[in-house]
Design a protein around this ligand. Sequence first.
Ligand code: PXP
Length: 253
Amino acid sequence: MKFARLGVNIDHVATLRQQRGEFYPSVARAAEVSLATGAQQITIHLREDRRHIQDADVPEVHAVCRHHGKPLNLEMGASDEMVAIAGRERPEWVCLVPEKRQERTTEGGLDVLEAGNYERLAVACKTIKASSPHTKISLFVEAGEAVLQRCLTLPVDAVEIHTGDFARDFLEKKSILPHLERYKKGAHIIKGAGLGYHAGHGLTFDSLLPLLQEGEFEEYNIGHWIIAEAVFIGLGHVVKELNTLIHKYPLKD
Ligand code: PXP
């Protein structure tokens, strides 16, 4: 039996670190814990504005992945700067994403139908493959038929479907059937062409379930919800430990 792979996106461990300008929490440690407990991949997004993951994190997290024999999936915009970094770091996967400075998070898939974008992506893919032939490339896109057909004309190994709108509709208890229908048609196009079919963005334990039941996506990259949920799974433990320490030292009087 085959199961989907889980890629753990640890960007928001870095968000917490950068928010206070501290050296903790460590993203390398987050990668270590995730891989030691069954994650099949670590995903990090090196953004142009460096709001969470920093340049120095990339080789550190990559070293942890190598130690576990698992892939690093580097999400990035298709800029010259990022393409050069990918060429130097040679991650196992690069996921090309659209990037706007003002957005709070990646807000949708790449517009591969726009001529300028398409050209920029084609050049980025070619340059990455030339400098790092073993790096596989995925494109973060919406599940529209025209978009997916266009992806097949680029030298990529997979697409990652943006599931943000699906996840939002699920949370708001709207119908998710149109999304599932699109994902099924998308699977036919992408898997039929021998490419990987991945998904990510906005997924939670609950919204993942209908996608797992459909059984089309081979990989899920999940971040924000995992880190948010980990806070509550860990909070009580940390409070107990601190309290145990405090109660070893009675007050003077
Ligand atoms: N996949 C891609 C391409 C993304 O840009 C993101 C967000 O950085 C994710 C997956 C993970 O999304 P989330 O943090 O909402 O789970």
